[in-house]
Ligand binder design. Structure first.
Ligand SMILES: O=C(O)c1cccc(C(=O)CC[C@H]2O[C@@H](n3cnc4c(=O)[nH]cnc43)[C@H](O)[C@@H]2O)c1
Length: 237
């Protein structure tokens, strides 16, 4: 794949044998603008590799599984911009997932939505790794950045009405943010036995669609700052 950016192997970052040190932190972003913001924050951190997941959970799962196939990864992070739920996360805030929830994975019935968990078809929730998440949170907060913790929802259709926002917040108590890739990344990580985390920078409110109100540059700047803070965690062991 030609859309990844590998950061290892620069002069002075080589192992004794002269071979490039292999990155062992994998960061998946949906689009190039997110990837470039993460790379600016990492500023050459040799432990991290950033790859494009594409938009949506299916593309994210397939591309993350392919990236993880070689083994040797300590952590995979789903990162990018996202929507913030009212009262939980505002524009420019960062949200670190405690749970990654596939909020529209289930069936609709005349009596309402049933998640796959209640159908016996698996799970719609994957826990973010608590140890890695705690270490990332400490660094990001120590840098003075506004960090919220809570469930980050993964959806195949971004919320566009107040009714859908309310329904999704009801399905996932404490919902902090919404994006479209986290559960795909997490499913691939779980299958490979690799810890997972999800970090989102809020670009818009979850609710009635108003693309003109999205603050993408602010969110990308927050994402960059978060990874500038987080890289110490990646280098620490
Ligand atoms: O137009 C741009 O310059 C631009 C720059 C960076 C990212 C984008 C995107 O549109 C990224 C799509 C990506 O964003 C996530 N996202 C953001 N807000 C929401 C939301 O309210 N609900 C669901 N997903 C959201 C999502 O993960 C998309 O993959 C554009």
């Amino acid at each position: 794949m030609r859309d990844d950016k590998r950061l290892a192997g620069t002069d002075g970052q080589t192992e004794k044998a002269g071979r490039a040190a292999k990155p062992d932190i994998l960061i998946m972003t949906a689009v190039e603008a997110e990837r470039d913001a993460v790379l600016r924050g990492l500023a050459g951190c040799p432990r991290a590799e950033v790859r494009l997941a594409g938009v949506g959970p299916a593309s994210a799962a397939a591309r993350t599984a392919a990236a993880l196939a070689g083994g040797g990864w300590r952590l995979v992070i789903s990162a990018g911009i996202g929507g913030g739920f009212a009262g939980a996360a505002g524009i420019g805030d960062l949200v670190l997932a405690d749970v990654i929830a596939a909020a529209d994975l289930g069936v609709e019935t005349p009596d309402g939505f049933l998640p796959v968990d209640e159908l016996g078809f698996g799970t719609s929730r994957i826990a973010a790794d608590p140890d890695w998440s705690a270490r990332l949170a400490r660094r990001i907060e120590a840098a003075g950045l506004p960090l919220r913790r809570g469930p980050v929802l993964t959806v195949s259709t971004a919320t566009g009405t107040a009714a859908t926002a309310a329904e999704r917040a009801r399905r996932v108590p404490g919902a902090a943010a919404e994006a479209m890739e986290g559960f795909g990344v997490a499913a691939a990580a779980a299958a490979a036995g690799v810890p997972v985390a999800e970090l989102r920078a809020v670009s818009n409110a979850v609710g009635p669609r108003d693309r003109a109100a999205w603050r993408i540059p602010d969110a990308l700047a927050a994402l960059e700052s978060a990874f500038a803070a987080a890289k110490e965690v990646f280098e620490s062991r």
